[in-house]
Ligand binder design. Structure first.
Ligand code: X8Z
Ligand code: ZN
Length: 640
């Protein structure tokens, strides 16, 4: 929807530093409301009026946010045509009101406001994730399309063995026993080592995107119209405006970070490709040097930790299999979340409220369709926080629990802030908190929990680091390219008839990943990744991969830890908790560089912590890769 992070609520999004910066960003486009405003002879507004306005706007939007969040919660945990209509209506009302307030706020432009009020004005103006045209019919079409796309993903199924081995939203005559949702497919994908079966799962799930193409194109068109009415070049430019710098500066900063980490990815890609060819032979070998995307243990090839056993060095099996341990203990979803909660409590954070346990959806309900993609919610901007997920006792979900709780603890830490500041310093911060906590899940920590009996010797560091790199480093180009694609779509550089080829051009360029079967414009593979139909911006996850190592290193320093970064666990350190809280409790009240400084002492995003963490592995990979040709060749650009 038009929410700010996977942590859902109707929320006013971050960020710009000064009104001056905003004035530089916005194009001068006259909207119907502006034209109306300029034709009325009005007295010059005063600072007192501006303060009263922002105060009222804040109260009104806070109330609207609760209704919209409830509607979304009900829809995502019980998808029916009725709940889709209800969420579309709630979002329609919310967007209409917010848009009207944005127009109204313009009459106060240029007034010398106190810093907090000026910042709230900015956040109001930048806080729409799904802009919609002011024409009521078009706005209703926008919210209805958005709700339908989100639901189409949630309802998506692959029905192996059904006529034509098709994927679909199952109709009445489907036998649901045949059909698999994405959570079941993911499990199968991590267990299978048969390239044919993996290709079938891949192809089956990707067919879910196909019917979304037309609706997606229309939604992009409508949302662009809304963004232009608000004065932005397009929706992508609006999204890139939310980082205390101009959209162009943001793109350049992303590029700078990517260049810092790209060499790490190249080493990992080279090593993994070699190992997969050893294992699968021709099924993994391609003349262009790319890796077939179905062999990496994840539907989107975004995180590769599940294929650790396939690529492990002969000397280094993983010292333990967390997934197997959790399964053997029959760990249920509630216990899984309690492990995560225990970590946050050890840092000095509160226990989760009772309502969290009463109202969260932690497992796949048997009797209804839901959006399984995990998310964390803040329903009432106070203490009604929840998780919605279909957890299974796997190592991946052990991490996801910490990830989602990071959102919830952030939300609880900034609940004392005024509503406009109840948000992350930027959306990448929100995504990074729980991941930074999950980095503390070291063997030492697992032993403390009683999940393993023995802490492996330092010689196990390379296997452990390799496992983590398969998740963290492999993700970097994926995290980068999703919104590179969307920015191209929104700017018009990529038109609907080129959606799929542009998608694959980016996946090939950045990830060096190829589809297992030929793709064409009859497919719409972006639709098979939740955040596209779910309208969740994705650059936040790329940023989060970088930030989380900065946050983690800062917590380790606060805890007085001295050894190699990869062995640090701040479990039980109240000092680390206090350091983290100094940033969390700021919410969005300050520009993100200030929040970063409160936590890490520096106001610049940088990849030195991720490089430090993985340095022993990088040295090791370089040794392994000696004599191997790095990289891959790209086909001719279809758009040129
Ligand atoms: O969507 C998520 C979270 C919810 S905010 C589970 N993540 C991205 C993804 O799954 O694609 C976390 C990692 C990247
Ligand atoms: Zn998240």
């Amino acid at each position: 929807m038009f929410y700010s992070f996977c942590a859902m609520k109707f929320t006013i999004r971050t960020i710009l530093t000064t009104l001056l910066a905003l004035a530089g960003l916005l194009l001068t486009v006259s909207t119907p409301a502006q034209i109306a405003a300029t034709t009325q002879p009005a007295a010059k507004p005063t600072v007192a009026e501006a303060l009263a306005f922002i105060d009222n706007a804040e109260k009104e939007l806070a109330a609207i946010s609760v209704t919209a969040a409830r509607a979304s919660w009900v829809e995502e945990t019980y998808i029916t045509d009725d709940t889709i209509a209800l969420v579309a209506e709630a979002n329609d009302r919310a967007i209409a009101r917010q848009t009207a307030l944005i127009y109204e706020a313009r009459k106060f432009d240029g007034l010398p406001l106190p810093p907090d009020a000026a910042r709230k004005m900015l956040l109001l103006k930048l806080g729409i994730g799904l802009p919609a045209p002011s024409d009521p019919a078009l706005r209703a079409e926008t919210t209805q399309k958005a709700a339908e796309l989100d639901a189409a993903y949630g309802r998506g199924k692959y029905c192996p063995g059904a006529p034509g081995d098709r994927s679909s939203s199952p109709g009445l005559d489907d036998n649901p026993d045949h059909c698999l949702g994405i959570d079941d497919i993911n499990i199968k994908m991590t267990q299978s080592h048969d390239p044919k079966e993996l290709a079938a799962l891949w192809t089956g799930w990707h067919a879910v995107g196909k019917p979304m193409r037309g609706d997606y194109a229309r939604l992009a068109e409508l949302s662009n119209q809304g963004a232009r009415e608000l004065g932005f070049a397009d929706t992508g430019a609006l999204w890139r405006s939310q980082y205390d710098m101009t959209p162009d500066e943001f793109s350049a900063d992303i590029e700078r970070l990517w260049k810092q980490v790209e060499p790490l990815y190249l080493e990992l890609h080279t090593y993994v490709r070699h190992k997969l060819i050893e294992k699968y032979g021709d099924a993994a070998r391609r003349p262009d040097g790319m890796i077939p995307g179905h062999l990496l243990g994840n539907m989107w090839a975004q995180e590769w930790g599940n294929i650790y056993d396939e690529v492990a060095p002969p000397s280094g099996p993983m010292p333990y299999d967390l997934g197997a341990i959790l399964k053997a203990r029959n760990t249920d979803s509630k216990q899984l979340v309690q492990f995560g909660e225990g970590f946050y409590k050890s840092l000095g954070f509160d226990a989760l409220p009772d309502t969290f346990w009463q109202r969260s959806m932690l497992s796949h309900p048997r009797d209804r369709e839901v959006v399984c993609h995990p998310s964390a919610w803040d329903i009432d901007n106070q203490r009604d926080v929840r998780i919605k997920a279909c957890f299974q006792p796997t190592a991946d979900d052990f991490v996801t629990v910490h990830h989602e709780l990071g959102h919830n603890y952030y939300q609880m830490a900034y609940r004392h802030q005024p509503f406009f500041f109840q948000n992350g310093a930027n959306d990448g911060f929100h995504e990074a908190i729980g991941d930074a906590i999950a980095l503390n899940v070291t063997p030492d920590y697992l032993k403390k929990l009683g999940l393993i009996d023995q802490v492996p010797p330092p010689s196990a560091d390379i296997p452990l680091l390799l496992h983590t790199a398969l998740d963290k480093i492999a993700f970097l180009p994926f995290g980068l390219l999703i919104d590179k694609w969307r920015w191209q779509v929104y700017s018009g550089q990529v038109t609907p008839e080129h959606y799929n080829s542009a998608w694959w051009a980016l996946r090939e360029k950045y990830q060096g990943i190829a589809p297992p079967v030929e793709r064409s414009e009859a497919d719409f593979d972006p639709g098979a990744k939740y955040h596209i139909p779910g309208n969740v911006p994705y650059m936040r996850y790329f940023l989060a991969r970088v930030y989380q190592f900065q946050f983690y290193r800062a917590m380790c320093q606060a805890a007085g830890y001295k050894g190699p970064l990869n062995r640090c666990s701040v479990y039980g350190s109240k000092e680390a908790g206090a350091r983290l809280n100094s940033m969390l409790s700021l919410g969005a009240s300050k520009p993100w560089p200030e929040a970063l400084k409160a936590m890490t002492g520096t106001d610049k995003a940088d990849a030195s912590a991720i490089v430090e963490y993985f340095q022993p592995l990088i040295d090791w990979l370089k040794e392994q890769n000696k004599g191997e040709k790095e990289g891959w060749t790209l086909p001719a650009d279809p758009l040129k």
